[in-house]
Design a protein around this ligand. Structure first.
Ligand SMILES: *[C@@H]1O[C@H](CO)[C@@H](O)[C@H](O)[C@H]1NC(C)=O
Ligand SMILES: *[C@@H]1O[C@H](CO)[C@@H](O)[C@H](O)[C@H]1NC(C)=O
Length: 260
């Protein structure tokens, strides 16, 4: 691990290009539009996956040495990537870790039909839990969160369509949508598996977007219910709501990787 304190705002154009590349095209990326700035240290499990100081994706510390994120964020070789922990504002002094190991879900299907979009990243050392850096627990059961549940998502993704990344971490309240409705021909048209969660923001001009992929969906305090996976190109298209991978159905795999 290394302590990094470099300030890192690349030219916006370069940044957009990178984000589009890492997400494998225009359709499957997620940022937060709408929402609010999170309270400092209110998300001590939040991780920024970066390349050369540029934020690519979110992630969640789920163990002293492991981060859970979206598999589609791992387009680059792990040697080029860093995990930044314990930050609120991108570029602030932080704990920066190398990635020792990348474990993609064995049934991961890349875009355009993303499935099992999860990856576990092993840090090059164990973090000592503190006020600013602390793992988030896995869900209690093995079932995905039911429709209607209130959740929140967090990330440093774009705050406006075609805009810039957020400087400070943002969060947004969402609700879990009925999966059958989300899967119907007006919505995601069969792309939704039973191990995904569709999310609905309170108003039509809000939603996670580019740069939010890999970040957590939290529905009951202290537990990670989902990992943001994809949304529409427009990010706020109500017929293409943001979709997360539900974590509960993958608990056995996660535990096996972490403890095995
Ligand atoms: C949605 O907006 C209504 C009215 O502004 C508010 O009462 C409610 O708490 C909001 N729900 C969420 C999930 O943000
Ligand atoms: C969505 O539709 C596809 C294709 O019909 C189906 O395979 C899948 O299981 C459906 N998802 C849900 C959550 O029912």
């Amino acid at each position: 691990m290394e302590a990094a304190s470099s300030s890192l705002q690349p030219p916006p154009l370069l940044l957009l290009l990178l984000l589009v590349l890492q997400a494998g095209g225009n359709t499957f990326e997620t940022h937060i539009i709408g929402g609010r700035e999170a309270n400092r240290n209110s998300h001590p499990y939040m991780v920024s996956l970066q390349k050369a100081g540029t934020h690519l994706c979110g992630g969640v510390l789920v163990h002293q040495q492991w981060v859970l994120t979206a598999a589609h964020c791992l387009v680059q070789p792990k040697e080029l990537l860093r995990l930044v922990l314990g930050i609120h504002v991108l570029g602030d002094p932080s704990l920066t870790c190398h990635i020792r190991e990348v474990v993609l879900h064995p049934d991961y299907k890349p875009p355009p039909h993303l499935e099992n979009d999860l990856a576990l990243l092993k840090l090059d050392g164990k973090v000592k839990p503190s006020r600013t850096i602390r793992p988030l627990d896995l869900p209690r059961g093995h079932r995905a969160v039911a429709a209607g549940a209130r959740c929140s998502v967090a990330g440093w993704g774009l705050t406006h369509q075609g805009g810039k990344l957020a400087k400070a971490l943002r969060e947004l309240d969402v609700r879990v949508m009925d999966a059958r409705m989300c899967n119907n021909s007006r919505y995601w048209h069969g792309d939704i598996t039973p191990r995904m969660m569709c999310l609905e923001a309170n108003s039509s001009n809000q939603g996670p977007c580019k740069g939010d992929s890999g970040g957590p969906v939290v529905c009951s305090r202290g537990h990670v219910a989902g990992i943001l996976s994809f949304s529409s190109k427009a990010c706020t298209d109500i017929f293409k709501p943001p979709v997360a991978t539900a974590v509960a159905p993958y608990k056995s795999w996660i535990k096996k990787v972490i403890h095995g």
